[in-house]
Design a protein around this ligand. Structure first.
Ligand code: ZN
Length: 137
């Protein structure tokens, strides 16, 4: 079910929403709607006791999972460990991963896929202060 909704866009931006995170259920990728060119991001939920439907691996992209709500177990190859709200897990290419929800409430997470080794500059090495005049009231 498509839950992402484009709100507005301009020459240099796209603004979309998946709605309130507290009521979001399922899996939603954002790339096609938002037009990202450097990464794919998805929102996912798992119900209490639910396990992701399969183990999977990536050829080119590392993945970063950020747990926003709930708790569970991660398995990466033959290592398993608990995760909870606030956990950040980075997984390299060519390793098999899955997760399951162990909390009484559903687990909500964000998964970011980006090409492993592609980040060349960031934060102060990439960003710079501009002279833009604020127009909000
Ligand atoms: Zn993946």
């Amino acid at each position: 079910m498509e839950t992402i909704c484009k709100i507005n866009s301009g020459k240099t931006f796209t603004h979309a929403t998946i709605g309130e995170l507290s009521t979001f259920v399922g899996k939603q990728f954002i790339k096609e709607c938002v037009g990202t060119t450097s990464c794919e991001i998805s929102f996912g939920t798992l119900n209490p006791g639910q396990t992701a439907p399969f183990f999977h691996s990536h050829k080119q992209n590392e993945e970063i999972y950020i747990v926003l709500r709930g708790a569970g177990d991660f398995q990466i190859d033959n290592i398993t460990f608990p995760v909870a709200e606030g956990s950040i897990v980075r997984i390299a290419t060519h390793s098999s991963r899955s997760l399951r929800c162990t909390s009484a409430t559903s687990m909500l997470y964000i998964c970011i896929q980006a090409k492993e080794g592609s980040l060349e500059q960031y934060t102060l090495n990439d960003g710079f202060i501009t002279e833009q005049t604020p127009i909000w009231k």
